[in-house]
Design a protein around this ligand. Sequence first.
Ligand SMILES: Cc1ncc(COP(=O)(O)O)c(C=O)c1O
Length: 359
Amino acid sequence: MESGMKKGIEMADQNEKELVFLDRNENNYGPAPKCYEVLKNIDFRRLSWYSRFYEKNTKGELSLRLAKEYNLPEKSIVMGYGGEDLLKSLIHCYLKKGETLLIPSFSWWYYKSIASEVGGNTAEYPLYVGEESYHYDIEGTIKVYRELKPRIVFISSPNNPTGNSLTPEQLYQILDEMKDAIVVLDEAYAMFKTTDKDYVKKIVEKYPNTAIIRTFSKYYALAGVRIGFALIGKELDRFELLASKYLGYDRINEQIAIAALDSTPYYEKITAQMNQDKKMFYDEFCKLPGFKPYLSDANFMLVDMEKSKMAAMDEFLKKKGFVIKFLNEKVLNSQVRITIGTHEQNTQLINAIKEFAAG
Ligand SMILES: Cc1ncc(COP(=O)(O)O)c(C=O)c1O
């Protein structure tokens, strides 16, 4: 290996050890103990042999398990290399050059990037800032949809980076209207709000043009294993064919994900703590002059702050070992997005921020 590359890898490893990353909405508690057990007890055949699930005319053990969890046929489940991969594949499958992808006005930068890969246009529908949180503007969204007649609509709930989400009723209202488009509901953070799965089944069955994207990266603390899945309506069968793998998926990661699904009490416990700490952040930021937090349904929180202080705060926190996300986008450039970490990290971080604000 070239010495420059080796040095780069060593530095990245060192950074991971020394810094606390609260900038990419990863789950710092780590996965459930059962996931580590899988790795400890791995059978060599999982490393060396393809799965033989295709002989049974099914995709794999994880998609079968997810079908059971969501009470849907396995055909409705599409596995991917994280939500990222599924969003990209959907765009590459259905959006043609010159067609429009409709996205929220404040959203994950990646949406625009994948539309431009196929020569597609992006247009935005409105979100507005309320007293305590951001909100989707349902009527405004429907108006833009009617005007632009997009091929695909992305809805993100909870939305990154604003943290707000839609109620099932609002979702039905939007989906009833958007029957002529493909609607992709990005639910990467949904489990932090509710673990209810019944509404997912209802949506997939009622709206055949809809795909719901979920991931093991956030709630299950498995971002490194790269597993996402889509729950799709009947009209999206071309996407199902495109994404299906004859020789199966990563057999180790599938087993790790199943171990996570078998660990409900662990995830409920860490999520309860994160929600408590999210409230702590909200209350503390409300008391700090120059900061304005927004309520969030996800494992992160958006906070307004003075733009002129962002660089200094970034430097101050990095010296204390914390990396958080300072937004530098066209519309959101005076905000910081904080991932909720472990209880200890959250306590240390808010103390460091208070120290910065006092200095
Ligand atoms: C809104 C949103 N959707 C999807 C993803 C993709 O996550 P993954 O590819 O790890 O499943 C992310 C990652 O940060 C995200 O913020």
